[in-house]
Ligand binder design. Structure first.
Ligand code: SAH
Length: 213
């Protein structure tokens, strides 16, 4: 597994594609330019890594499309040292992008095999989230709340209440909401009780699943 000049060239092209599609945040584009997305796919699929497409990563899950990752990350407006919760670790690519922006990151995955595989991969790559958790993202992470930002990377049939309540005042929740197709939704917490809501276009995600007990 290595990162070469060729891969870097392909990332520069991908960044051009994402800017043309409307991503403006320099720090986000810089993260895409830096994180070696091909290493998050099983080897043999590296030709797919720098196309702006989602891709299967096993266990019926996908690595999100680069545009979607950049779009959601931009909406979080991360400052260095912000405390961020990610629901749906998956391949860890979104995690790595958030770490590049110097977030203090907590990430939750409910699929055991993916959780194990991605956790090992983080160690190997020296990516250092604060915690990689095997658990149910619907519950959030009450023991570490409140968060400056929460990002959900699977389609939620409805907005889980715990995620709203675990946001700081001023904090941002970015969540795709819907069943077959999702509307990217941004909630900004204005006060203990008030949230501003923005709906930002249609996307398609694998579903946020409820844990069977
Ligand atoms: N950010 C990831 C996206 C992976 S797809 C990437 O780019 O690779 C969404 C992930 O959410 C899947 O890995 C899926 O297993 C996970 N997921 C689904 N429901 C969940 C839940 N209730 N809690 C935590 N993770 C969940």
């Amino acid at each position: 597994m290595k990162d070469t000049l060729k891969h870097r060239g392909m990332r520069n092209k991908l960044v051009e594609v994402l800017s043309a599609k409307g991503i403006q945040d320099k720090a986000v584009l810089d993260a895409v330019k830096t994180v070696p997305r091909h290493l998050f796919l099983d080897s043999g699929f590296e030709d797919h890594a720098y196309q702006d497409k989602a891709f299967p990563i096993g266990a019926e899950q996908t690595i999100s499309q680069p545009y979607t990752v950049a779009f959601q990350t931009e909406l979080l407006k991360i400052k260095p040292n912000d405390k961020i919760l990610e629901i749906g670790t998956g391949s860890g690519y979104q995690t790595a992008i958030l770490l590049h922006l110097r977030a203090k990151l907590y990430t939750i995955e409910r699929q055991k095999e993916l959780f194990k595989k991605t956790k090992l991969f983080f160690n190997k790559m020296n990516y250092r989230p604060k915690k990689v958790i095997f658990g149910d993202g619907y519950k959030g992470l009450p023991e570490e709340a409140p968060f400056d930002g929460i990002i959900v990377t699977a389609g939620a049939p409805m907005v889980p209440k715990p995620l709203m309540s675990q946001l700081k005042i001023g904090g941002r929740l970015v969540i795709p909401v819907g069943e077959d197709e999702q509307v990217m939704t941004l909630f900004i917490r204005k006060s203990e009780k008030e949230f501003e809501k923005q709906e930002l276009g249609a996307f398609r995600f694998v579903p946020l699943l409820e844990n069977k007990n």
